[in-house]
Every structure is written in structure tokens, then in C-alpha cells.
Design a protein around this ligand. Structure first.
Ligand SMILES: Cc1cc2nc3c(=O)[nH]c(=O)nc-3n(C[C@H](O)[C@H](O)[C@H](O)COP(=O)(O)OP(=O)(O)OC[C@H]3O[C@@H](n4cnc5c(N)ncnc54)[C@H](O)[C@@H]3O)c2cc1C
Length: 458
């Protein structure tokens, strides 16, 4: 077994200046977007090829050094922190489109490319990659967290849109999973296993992704509702009626007010739905009419339609910036984000119970959600340094997780487990969590791949 210093020296020989041990780079890779304390790695590696990733893994393994994948660092549960030090493998130099096959509607990419870079590169093909977690995340990170976002209601999550992967395992082997074919019936679905594994089973070095045709017509809209229950019931009725919504997002009154304060909008002081329709001109017109009828039945009013690209972009930029806008509106807060998902029939109950509990706790907690697929978030905002409010926020987050499970849902619809939600895994998965642990032990017996995340005893 070599020592940590031997391994870092050997990595330095392999990568030259692409192994960075500076305090500033370690600090940058030791912090997250959320409330976790900083946990920097010993070094940051910037590979350019799969062969380099495999060699990094072999050298780290020989010294027992943890390996943590890093895409854009936007994950929200401390996923990419380094609680046991080690080497963070930052994929931002592996950011190429390797092959576009328009006839098969697939693309093969390196993991460090971001979703915005990919879609810019695809523009001329008439195709696009729809998964949109708001942040300009990397495809490797999105696959690893099984991300979704505003468009999952129409196009599915990363689970449905990753066809195949190349992965470097903990022992340095390089394997391929999946094919370009739209389906396969050949054994265990290893692609699905690595999608959502949060880098605990291996490092993804290539992804083959499903593409979709850019719609001929796109319209977006926002409308206000008399009550939160009306907005949520309108969502449920819309989904059950089969209107193929491209986006249907809920914004509660507190979130609308935070938008007005933090982003200078002039929305009515009310809950809102934000919508997008994709299709042909005739199809979109029909979808809009059908939605408007449903929404009106549930108290929807004051529709503002956005047809031009720049108006739609402005609308969705506001939704994507909801987190940062809300923090601007509450600058002295210590935020705690939540993420639960329930079956659509339980959505109204889940949102109403959550809102009532937040109101009773006496701290701000705007709710927004990708409600078309039963997924919503509360951004709990205890005052900085206020231990009582902080404890109340932690209790509210735990209560939301329990509510999700009670209603037949999950403690995370899209953000994942990381370090923040392992405490709920036993309750959600029971013995199946131990099965995840057994898979981990089989593939990474030394526990070097992203330790401290997702798994029992990890
Ligand atoms: C403002 C804001 C809004 C957000 N909204 C959404 C949303 O709507 N929906 C949603 O799903 N998420 C959302 N997120 C969370 C975040 O964007 C996603 O979790 C995203 O998928 C993370 O991608 P990343 O490239 O930043 O990954 P990172 O944070 O860099 O890494 C995430 C995890 O993947 C692992 N990893 C990264 N690359 C690899 C690789 N190549 N191989 C193996 N493991 C790897 C890391 O070790 C870590 O465990 C939001 C975040 C922010 C800040």
C-alpha cells in the first residue's frame, strides 16, 4: 500500500498542473450550495481522458484515498463534499460532445458538459436535451443525482433519458452499459444502477443520451389562483385529463411575494401556476384552451401569455432563479431546502399540510414545485444565528419527509440523498437499503467512491 503523499506525487506526475493542491481550489471543491459545513479534499484532479480517470482511480486505490466526482457542484445535499479528504475528480475538462446521431435521436457526451452547453451545440440539429434542473449542471452530475426539474412532467427524468454509460469502477476497470437502441432486455439494468448512484459506485466518463425534437410551437403562461388548494387541484385535474404539459410549476403566495421583492416582478399577492405547452401550432392552441377551462373552474385568473422566446426565457429564468431570488428577499436567513414527491392524488393534501405546518412554526418557508409530477420544495428560512428557528426548520424538514412516506411518496423527488438525507433511507427503503449496501460492497469493497453519502454505514 502506498502512502497518501506517494499517491499525490504520482498523480502530479500523471497530470502535471492538472492536479491542484492549492488551498483555494481545495476550498472551492469543499463547499456546497446548501447548509453543510466545508469539507475540502486533499487535492483536485482535472482529467482529460477516460484512461487518465482509470489511472487516477488506480493510484488513489493503492493509497486508500477517497475519490469524489465533481460536475458543476450544484447539488443540494452535500453530495460532492469530501468528509474523509481524498481526491476530487473535477470533470470540467471532459466536456465534449463525442457524437451526435440525429437519425437515432441520440448524443454521446463526456460527463463535464453542462446542459446549456449541450443544447447550444445541438441547436442546428432541430433536437434538444430536455432535462432542466434549473442550475446549469453537468450531465455527469445530473445522471449521478438522477436529476429532473421543470420539464420532467413531459420528458421524464434522467432515468428515462440516459441510454448508456461508460464508467470507471473502483478497481480501475472501464465498463460500458446500455446501447444506442431505445430498449434492451439483456440482463441487469446497470445503466439504471449508476444513474442516481451519486458517484458511490464508479466515475461516469461517457453518457449516451436520448434527444427530443424541438417543438414547432411553444407557449408559456402564468396565472394566479384564489387559493392554494385551487391551484393544486387545477394541476391534478390537468394531469388526469391527459393534457401533455411541458411544464406546470406551482408558486405559493409567499414565493410570489419573494419574487416581487427579490426580482422586481409585479405578481398579485396570490398562489400561481407557471406553464409551458409544446407541440404543433394547432396542438398548442388546443392544449392552452383546455388548460384555461380547467384553471378557470378552480379559480385561475389573470393569465399572462408569453409567446416570444425572450419573454419565455425571462419567465423561466425567474423560476430557475427562485432559490437565489428568495435568498435576496431574506438576506439574513440560514436556508434549508427540502424536496419531497408524492403520488399526484395526494399532492393537495401534502402541500396543504406542509403550508399549514410552516405557518404554525412562524418562519418564512415559500413553497415552489414541479407539481405536475407531485414534487415540491419548501425553502425554509430561519434567521441566521436563531437556534430556535433553526430547530423549527429542521423539524419541519423532517416532518415533510415523514409526510411524503405516509402518503406513499419519497423523501427526495430529484435532489437526492448525499449527506443530508441518509437519516430517512431506512424508513423509505427498509431492508432494500441493505441491498444497496451489498451492491456497494461488491463494487467498492474499500468504500473509496464518494464515502459518507447515500449508503448505510458509508
Ligand atoms: C438553484 C438550484 C436549483 C436546482 N434545481 C433543481 C431541480 O429543479 N431539479 C434537480 O434535479 N436538481 C436541482 N438542483 C440540484 C442540482 O442542480 C442537481 O443535483 C444536479 O444534477 C447536480 O449536477 P452537478 O453537475 O452540479 O453535480 P455535482 O454537484 O458536481 O455532483 C453531484 C453528485 O454527482 C457526483 N458526480 C458528479 N459527476 C460525476 C461523474 N462524472 N461520475 C460519477 N459521479 C459524479 C458527485 O460526486 C455528487 O455526488 C438545483 C440546484 C440549485 C443550486
Amino acid at each position: 500500500m502506498s502512502t497518501k503523499n506517494d499517491a499525490l506525487e504520482a498523480l502530479s506526475d500523471l497530470l502535471g498542473p492538472r492536479l491542484n493542491r492549492s488551498d483555494s481550489d481545495r476550498a472551492l471543491h469543499g463547499r456546497s450550495e446548501a447548509h453543510f459545513q466545508d469539507m475540502p479534499p486533499d487535492a483536485v484532479a482535472y482529467p482529460e481522458t477516460t484512461a487518465e480517470v482509470a489511472e487516477i482511480v488506480r493510484l488513489c486505490r493503492a493509497a486508500g484515498l477517497p475519490l469524489i466526482g465533481w460536475g458543476a457542484g450544484t447539488s443540494l445535499e452535500g453530495h460532492a463534499l469530501a468528509p474523509r479528504g481524498g481526491v476530487t475528480v473535477d470533470f470540467n475538462r471532459m466536456n465534449k460532445v463525442l457524437e451526435v446521431a440525429p437519425e437515432d435521436m441520440v448524443v454521446t457526451v463526456q460527463p463535464g458538459i453542462t446542459r446549456e452547453e449541450l443544447n447550444t451545440g445541438l441547436r442546428a440539429t432541430g433536437l434538444f436535451f430536455p432535462i432542466d434542473p434549473g442550475a446549469n449542471a453537468s450531465l455527469g452530475g445530473m445522471a449521478s443525482t438522477r436529476a429532473s426539474g421543470t420539464t420532467a412532467v413531459r420528458y421524464g427524468t434522467m432515468r428515462a433519458n440516459v441510454l448508456g454509460l461508460e464508467v470507471v469502477l473502483a478497481d480501475g476497470r472501464v465498463i460500458r452499459t446500455g446501447t444506442r437502441a431505445p430498449k434492451s432486455s439483456t440482463g441487469y439494468d446497470l445503466t439504471a444502477l449508476f444513474v442516481g448512484a451519486e458517484g458511490t459506485l464508479g466515475l461516469i466518463t461517457e453518457l449516451t443520451l436520448k434527444l427530443h425534437g424541438q417543438p414547432e410551437a411553444v407557449r408559456a403562461a402564468v396565472c394566479a389562483f384564489d387559493s392554494m388548494g385551487g391551484a393544486v387541484d387545477a394541476v391534478i385535474a390537468t394531469i388526469q385529463s391527459g393534457i401533455p404539459m411541458a411544464r406546470i410549476e406551482f408558486v405559493d403566495r409567499a414565493a410570489a411575494e419573494a419574487f416581487n421583492r427579490g426580482a422586481g416582478t409585479d405578481w398579485p399577492d396570490a398562489p400561481h401556476l407557471m406553464l409551458e405547452f409544446h407541440g404543433t401550432e394547432a396542438g398548442v392552441t388546443e392544449q392552452m384552451q383546455r388548460f384555461a377551462e380547467i384553471a378557470t373552474d378552480f379559480g385561475g385568473q389573470g393569465f399572462r401569455w408569453a409567446e416570444k422566446l425572450e419573454d419565455r426565457n425571462a419567465l423561466w429564468a425567474m423560476r430557475h432563479n427562485a432559490y437565489r431570488t428568495t435568498l435576496r428577499a431574506y438576506p439574513d436567513s440560514d436556508p434549508l431546502t427540502t424536496d419531497i414527491c408524492v403520488p399526484i392524488s395526494k399532492l393537495a393534501q401534502a402541500v396543504e399540510e406542509t403550508a399549514a405546518e410552516i405557518a404554525a412554526a412562524g418562519l418564512p418557508g415559500p413553497i415552489v414545485g414541479h407539481v405536475g409530477d407531485g414534487n415540491f420544495h419548501a425553502l425554509l428560512l430561519p434567521r441566521k444565528g436563531d437556534a430556535v428557528q433553526k430547530a423549527a426548520a429542521v423539524k419541519l424538514a423532517a416532518s415533510m419527509a415523514e409526510r411524503a412516506l405516509r402518503l406513499g411518496g419519497t423523501v427526495s423527488g430529484e435532489h437526492g440523498i448525499g449527506m443530508g438525507k441518509t437519516k430517512y433511507m431506512r424508513a423509505e427503503h427498509g431492508d432494500a437499503w441493505d441491498v444497496m449496501g451489498a451492491i456497494k460492497t461488491a463494487l467498492d469493497p474499500e468504500g473509496l467512491m464518494n464515502p459518507g453519502k447515500l449508503l448505510p454505514g458509508n
